[in-house]
Design a protein around this ligand. Structure first.
Ligand code: GLP
Length: 265
């Protein structure tokens, strides 16, 4: 894992946006895995600004979101579809037919829909860069603690903690879905590259556990230790509980040294 620590969430957003810019410069028809939540919003704003300045284009990009609430209409402002339209898609030159979220309305067969979502990702050639946030309990997507590390897209029951974290977005308890359809951990691990963003002190414990703790279903993000190309972008508060913090900084210095040597050689 490539652990990068920045002074604040603004710098995290800029570093994340730069990873997306680099990918699209190299592969304009890339497949991006998208995340919701508060954390990526700053990064999305930067990508929107790039599009407005005509320095970036999403016209050939395909996207797959990690998750969506069960039984919610895409037109419901609380849906992750509505979030994506508001925070990104409505402001960039992406072809909306290339934007995908898992979805399962009440009464629909979630097993069939989950399988179709996986098949569509595969048909588009797999995900080049999966963007992730991090739940305070270590979840990625809606893979809650105890999610199987080999899981694929499916329905998950949300924990009380996650319901409380996301309560702010819903008017009352009854309106808040307790189920979500989410890419599985094995689905996420198939992305060619993964970039996780975590900011704020509330994420410090989960960051320590997934980066430095054992791989365990109790901390779903720890499964990222199995992947060979993961970038973790943290601000100071989110990095504050890491035991090997000094080491991550030395690794970065040494990477710069190696890159300079290559240029000189
Ligand atoms: C939500 C989403 C995750 C997101 C996480 C963190 O429940 N399902 O994909 O990464 O929680 O959200 P935030 O960035 O708002 O802290």
């Amino acid at each position: 894992m490539d652990i990068m620590i920045f002074k604040d969430c603004e710098a995290v957003a800029e570093a994340g946006a730069q990873v997306v810019r680099n990918l699209l410069a190299e592969k304009p028809a890339a497949v991006l895995g998208m995340a919701t939540g508060n954390t990526p919003i700053r990064m999305y704003k930067k990508l929107i600004a790039d599009c407005e300045n005509k320095t970036l284009s999403f016209k050939d990009v395909t996207t797959f979101n990690l998750d969506e609430y069960h039984g919610i209409s895409p037109r419901d402002p609380k849906s992750y579809r509505a979030y994506m339209q508001k925070e990104l898609f409505d402001h960039i030159d992406i072809d909306s037919s290339n934007t995908h979220l898992p979805a399962c309305a009440k009464g629909e067969d979630h097993r069939v829909l989950s399988h179709q979502y996986e098949a569509l990702i595969e048909a588009k050639g797999g995900i080049d860069l999966q963007i992730l946030g991090l739940g305070q309990n270590g979840h990625i997507g809606f893979n809650e603690p105890t999610s199987s590390l080999g899981s694929r897209t499916r329905i998950k029951t949300l924990t009380r903690g996650t319901l409380n974290d996301n309560r702010q977005y819903f008017d009352d308890d009854d309106a808040q879905p307790h189920l979500a359809i989410t890419m599985g951990i094995a689905t996420i691990l198939e992305a060619r590259r993964i970039m996780l963003l975590a900011t704020g002190e509330g994420k410090a414990d989960a960051v320590r556990q997934f980066v430095e703790g054992p791989v365990s279903a109790i901390c779903p993000a720890s499964a990222l230790q199995f992947h060979n190309d993961v970038i973790v972008l943290l601000d100071e508060p989110a990095a504050s509980s890491l035991a090997y913090r000094g080491y991550y900084e030395r690794v970065r210095e040494q990477k710069i040294y190696l890159a300079d040597q290559l240029k000189e050689g």
